[in-house]
Design a protein around this ligand. Structure first.
Ligand code: ASP
Length: 326
């Protein structure tokens, strides 16, 4: 009924029960191969990120604030392909994408191709909370961030020597032009978080430096609504990682959330999504899910995916996920 739509920029809020629910914090620190000598750093990084988000949820904070805290922790950690230390594009620059989505209102905020923002997820949250728009790119995104209190930095501040060497090696090896490659060159990855708060609301966030040696201006799945991130209280909050192009074509996060809305358990939905990705486009990746009941899903068809979970009952983390892991 069109007449009942909220005014431009308004939102529909899903009605929740008054009963406080047990919160859930779940993060990933990327899929792909993750070499043995990077495993400990990945586990430490995802555990620290989940702990940051959990702290917010435990004191009654919102799912939005919790996923921001968790993703900022991983953007600040050089281990991951997000924020400082990300893969370099073919011009030798860090170019970052991030998205945050609120399941209660369907508000979303995204930034793409930013080069001067240390924590793009903070800028994405500003878009979600303070803009009638949903997505900003490049200089416009940076201008928006600055106008909303986010300090800009030099691109050089985001570049690690480790990544300069990695890019040089990648340019020498033509097989690495193929992005869906499990070689040790692709050893670190995108980060993401999903959370359920005490009010019964869910949210999702994803932040990435994209793929190694990507063409300048390339945007992957991570920061696109429904591709690398999606959240709706009626279905689920989803964050993905992996080879972005196939995931974009399948709008994989929304596809998965729809399966949950249709009645599949999040774990079953996550597994089916990865089968679908592989069967339809020979894609590889991983994902994390939480729904409003606190049910979670984790799956990957890459050799490894770092993850960490915090609930009242358990704290768990690992570098691969099997249903027996929990
Ligand atoms: N999905 C990201 C992208 O394609 C990269 C990744 O998660 O590995 O930009």
């Amino acid at each position: 009924m069109l007449s009942s739509l909220p005014p431009w920029g308004g939102t529909f809020r899903e009605e929740r029960s008054d009963v406080a629910v047990n919160p859930v914090m779940l993060v990933h620190g990327g899929a792909w191969a993750i070499p043995d000598d990077m495993v400990e750093a990945h586990i430490r990084g995802v555990e620290a990120a989940a702990a940051q988000g959990w702290e917010v949820l435990q004191r009654g904070g919102s799912c939005i604030d919790a996923i921001e805290a968790a993703v900022v922790a991983m953007e600040e950690d050089d281990t991951f392909d997000a924020g400082r230390g990300s893969f370099l594009n073919s011009d030798g620059r860090v170019q970052l994408d991030a998205l945050m989505m609120d399941g209660a209102t369907l508000r979303a905020g995204g930034v793409g191709c930013v080069e001067h923002i240390r924590n793009p997820i903070r800028a994405a949250k500003k878009v979600l909370t303070e803009s009638p728009h949903v997505y900003f790119v490049g200089p416009g995104a940076e201008r928006f961030a600055q106008e909303h209190g986010i300090e800009l930095c030099a691109n050089e501040e985001l570049i690690l020597e480790r990544e300069v060497v990695r890019l040089r090696e990648a340019k020498k090896q033509s097989y690495l032009q193929m992005p869906d490659e499990f070689g040790p060159m692709r050893s670190h990855d995108t980060v993401g978080a999903v959370a359920l708060d005490r009010d019964g609301n869910i949210a999702a966030a994803t932040s990435t430096g994209g793929t190694l040696n990507k063409a300048p201006g390339r945007v992957g799945d991570s920061s696109l609504i429904g591709c690398g991130c999606y959240a709706d209280n009626r279905s689920a909050a989803v964050s993905t990682t992996g080879w972005g192009e196939p995931m974009m074509k399948l709008v994989l996060s929304k596809w998965t959330a729809d399966r949950v809305e249709d009645g599949l358990a999040p774990q079953e939905a996550a597994q089916r999504a990865l089968y679908y990705l592989k069967a339809r486009l020979n894609g590889h990746g991983g994902m994390i899910i939480v729904d409003c009941k606190g049910l979670i899903g984790l799956a990957h068809n890459t050799p490894r995916m770092a993850w960490a979970l915090c609930t009242e009952e358990r704290k768990a983390s690992d570098i691969t996920f099997k249903t027996s892991s929990l």
